[in-house]
Ligand binder design. Structure first.
Ligand SMILES: NC(=O)c1ccc[n+]([C@@H]2O[C@H](COP(=O)([O-])OP(=O)(O)OC[C@H]3O[C@@H](n4cnc5c(N)ncnc54)[C@H](OP(=O)(O)O)[C@@H]3O)[C@@H](O)[C@H]2O)c1
Length: 249
């Protein structure tokens, strides 16, 4: 199978490329570094030619990108990618998204929600995977929120997940038939974001202090301290099978 991974040099995309190759797929990488610009559309047609499927793992990773531009970035890149897929006859689009897109008021999350709507309304069959924040992304998040002595982050609950688990799921979805739906993936534990930041810094001997700050931003969003908008919409229920078995009348 021929697959193009847009954003195939990124945190998730590069790992997806390796995993798909391990499964015997012929994978092409499309990113700024390989001369493909999803924002201007440059190089998309060539990189999709002959591909049966496309994984879109594009993200705003350049220092020149500003979260204020996220709606325009995701709208324009996604429209260009979907149009190029139509022309190339791509049969399956797999997109990566965020948990909380529809519930969080910020340009980044609005951009991701709009991206999902564009994918759903495209004629190309699709599968969308929404994920919580990755363990591997946390150091970047901490850096972003850090000043010389202090890291200010909102004390919100998150359920982070390992890149390896997300990549395994993207690969499984990419190698399967399009499901024309959205799915969610999250790690096994709920933590407070500021507490995780403290652990990230301590693990690398960084002595900067982490301050829980309800006015601090998370990817450009202001979040209430008790907000659960970054958690998956499903929750495991409390009653185990054994509880049910031995307590029923
Ligand atoms: N990381 C997380 O914790 C997380 C959590 C939830 C959802 N997601 C979603 O997962 C996806 C991937 O995120 P990530 O963290 O893996 O991203 P990332 O590490 O920031 O990588 C971004 C990728 O996008 C490429 N790119 C940027 N601008 C481009 C453009 N104009 N044209 C073509 N390629 C472009 C980059 O290419 P170059 O390397 O060539 O610049 C790079 O390959 C995103 O949709 C994100 O919303 C991520």
């Amino acid at each position: 199978m021929h697959i193009t991974v847009v954003g195939g040099t990124g945190l998730i995309g590069s790992r997806v490329v390796n995993r798909l190759r391990d499964h015997g797929a012929e994978v092409r990488i499309a990113s700024l570094r390989t001369g493909v610009d999803a924002y201007s559309g440059r190089g998309l047609a060539d990189s999709f030619a002959g591909s049966q499927m496309v994984v879109d793992a594009t993200n705003m990773n350049r220092p020149s990108y500003d979260y204020e531009q996220a709606v325009d970035f995701f709208e324009t890149c996604t429209q260009n990618i979907l149009a190029a897929e139509q022309q190339a006859g791509v049969q399956h689009h797999v997109g990566l998204s965020v948990i909380g897109g529809e519930r969080i008021d910020s340009n980044y999350f609005r951009g991701k929600a709009l991206q999902e709507r564009l994918v759903r309304s495209s004629a190309t069959p699709h599968t969308l995977l929404r994920t919580t924040v990755l363990y591997e992304f946390l150091p970047r998040l901490v850096d972003h929120a850090a000043t010389t002595h202090l890291v200010r982050l909102p004390p919100v609950r998150v359920q982070p997940v390992a890149a390896e688990d997300v990549v395994a799921e993207v690969t499984r979805l990419a190698l399967g038939a399009p499901l024309n739906g959205s799915f969610e993936i999250a790690g096994p534990e709920v933590h407070f974001l500021d507490e995780l930041a403290r652990q990230v810094l301590a693990a690398s001997g960084d002595r900067r202090m982490v301050l829980p700050d309800t006015t601090a931003y998370y990817l450009g969003a202001r979040l209430e301290p008790d907000a659960d908008c970054l958690l998956p919409s499903w929750r495991p229920t409390e009653q185990s099978f054994k509880d049910w078995l031995y307590t029923r009348p």
